[in-house]
Every structure is written in structure tokens, then in C-alpha cells.
Write a protein of this length. Sequence first.
Length: 502
Amino acid sequence: MKLYESLQGLGIAGLVLYPVYSPTLSDQASARMHSPERLTEFALALIANIVLVALVSMLLWLWLRRTFLNSWIRACLPAFYISVAAELLYMHRTQTVSTAIFAVSFGSSLCVVAVVYSVWPRARAAVNMVCGRICFGFGVFAILVILQLTALACWKPFPNIVDKSLASARTSPGHPRVVWILMDELSYNQVFAERAEGLNLPNFDALAQTSTVFSHIVPATNSTQTAVPSIMTGHLVETDRYTLTNHYLIAEHGQSLRAFPAADTPFALAKSKGWSTGIVGWFNPYCSMLDPYIDQCYWTIQTHFPAGFIVGDSFWRNFGDAWARYWLAINPKQNERALAYIAEVYKNLSGHAESILAQDQLDFVFIHLPVPHPPGFYDRHTGQFDSTGRTSYVDNLALADKALGQMLAILQASPRWANTSVLVCGDHSWRVSLWRTGRHWTREDETASHAGVFDTRPLVMVHRAGQTSPVTVDAAIPLIQTHDMLDQLILGDTPDSHPPSY
């Protein structure tokens, strides 16, 4: 068997399995940084899939060369490559898959190829040569993917739990306390400006009556991965990386990558004042990002879309889930399984959040919850989690309100409540343009968003210790100034009768 044909088989495997390995190995997605557990089983299962697809492709190709179908298959290959590329571009843009995109692209490409071949017969040999070279290149790329997956299989993540003793942290009730609650994809417009009909958010409304609400927050980025580091440092982060040695790197616009400046975060300021700190979070690896400045920490992650693999699955489950992008079109249960897992992760996080807020020894607490981030996994009408795929962002927003009420109840029951400041914010607004083209978009989403109108404003509101009346700030304020707001609260900037200035 020729090396050229072997690499073509690997190239086909690389194309077919691209949606699975791309979020794990891509520098931009860097999904490996978002796993609290080892990914050995996933990496080995994916290597096995690549090798299997490559072997099947090579054997099939050798057999076809000896049949009358050889010329027909060669004629169809250009259309196949074009349709795969079209689906991959669609998937990259929408984070979902579409068999319709593949089918339409394949059919139209086949027509174009047929016309070209009939008008210019000599083009066939040239097109076949180009397609072969492209697939050969993908084969070389697939080898590099296998090497990266081998390294990933050996990777050992930083612990996702930090539990330092708080025995010496005996804070008096009169000591200031700051609680920062970040809710993913929390839209100001949907909470206060143009709330969906029939949606009740009693806890957001009650907190707003004793808080400063900012009605014109300018977002940092539309990605949690860069928006949260931007808020934490007060500088706009454009790119980030997480190395296999668990070093977190960031880069601002036009600058090179550097170590994440944990010393510039409010956590470092709090520790410099002798405060104890705690974190419960989602998505970002907070325990390693902020390790020198935290006493208590827990973080985790949900399933990864569109591939659908779930952290902690077995080798064989990962082996089968590598074909999730196809099974989703055939077997809706695959999607239900992912949504049910999201609900379990949420319950896990909310339980840890309530536990850490109940620890009165902690002076500065950060909570990051994955709501109201789509897809919908909660039904506000029944008050139950729902994995049918029929619920919406609006339902998740009701769950966010419920979570806020539960957290505030714990804080208000504490003897430290009179001296507690609470900052609630979103990392970005509801990204309707991203979700509208995907399978999780519902009719209620369409209505609530006014047919896909994107309001960029994330929600930010601050309840300062002792504040008893509402204040609204309409000036345009960058979201990254949340960093300065937190610093002010930690430094003891107290409310007065005038609107606070930031």
C-alpha cells in the first residue's frame, strides 16, 4: 500500500472527525483547559476512531480501484470534499451541525462538477489531482492530531478543588463582605428593559430596589473565555491559551501572550487586606488561574458541543460519541442526554455555591453559574429541569432568578448581611445571532428576541452594604470597569445619598 494512499485515508478520517477533535486541540477553543478531569479516555477513543476510519477508507479505496465504480467515486470526490468543508464552516460559525447543509452542498457541488467535466473533459484529471493533494495534506494534519491527542492522553489537570483551612479566619459580623455573582449570558435587556411576556423575575426586581443598576454596559467580548479574564484584570483580553503544563496565558490587543496577571485581580487585593476568598465557578479553570489568592475553590464544566462528549465518560462511550454529530440528526436521545447532563452540572454548581456562601468566614466570594446560558434545560412553568429541548433562554432566565433568590436568602440570613455588598453581572449578553441558527432555538426565543435582534448590553447591578434605595446609571460604562467596582467595594468605598461614580 502506497504512502500516498495511506495518507489519503488518514485525510478522510481527519475530515470526518474534525468536529470532535477541533474543540479539544484548537488553540482558540482550548477546550482542554475546560476540563476538571483527565481526558485520557477521550483522547484514546478519538485516536482509535481516526485509525479505524483511516483503515476502512484505505481498504474501501483499494477495493473500489478494482471495480467499475472507481471512476464514478473519483468523479464524486470533489463534491464530497466541498460539502464537508461547507458543513465544517457552518458548524464553526453556529456550534451545531446540519445534514441539510451537507446534502444541499453535495448536490449542488455534484451538479457543478458534472457541468465542468462535460464542458471541459481535461479538467477531470486536474480536479482529481488537486483533491488528492488536499486529502494528502489532511492526512499529514491527522498525524499531527494523533500526536497532540497522545500528549492530551498523558495530560494531568490542575486540581479543580482548593480547600485551605479557615480556622484562623474568624471574621466578626462587622467586617465588610463582598459577593460577586456572575451569571453567564445575562442580558440587561431581557431582565429589565424588554422582559418576555409572562416572565416573572421577583428576585432580580427585589434586589434592584436596593441596588445601583447600570443600563448601558458596553461588553468586553462575546466569549466567556476572554470576557471573564477581562473583567478580572480590568484589561481587554483578546486571546488566551492554556498549556498542557497548566499555565494560563492571555494577550491583550496587539500584544504577545503572557502569564495571567492574577496579582491584578480583586482576589489579590482582598488577600492583601487579610481577607479570606472563595470561588465556585463554571467553564474557566479558576483554581489554577488564581491559585495564590484563593482559600476555597471549586469549578467544573458541562458537555462540549457540537461533538457532544461528556467529561468523565468511559473509553467506549467516548468511542461512540465521536459520531454524535451524525447521531444527533438520527437519534434525539443523544441531545437529551447532553441536556440532562447540563442540568446535573448546574445542580452540582448551585449546591457548591450555596455551601460556600454559608461560610461566614469567607470575606470575598465569587460565584459563576451557567445560567441563563442556552440551551434551555429548565421549564419555568413546572419548576422542573427539562431535557426535551423544547425550553428556552427565557426559561433559563427564570432559573437564574430562582438561583439568585436562593443565594440572597443565605446571605440575608447571615449576621454579616448588613455589611455585605453584592455585585451581580453577566459576562456578555444573550448572543441571539449565535443561537438562532442552531438546533436549540425555540419559538419563544424568536419572540423574546424580537426575531433575532441582538441587544449587546450585559446586566450589571451593585448592592452596596446598607443601600436601601434604587439608583440607575444610564451612562455608557465598559464592562471591564466591573474590576474597579469590585476594588472599590473591597477598599471600603461606602454608599451615600448620591449616585456612586465609577
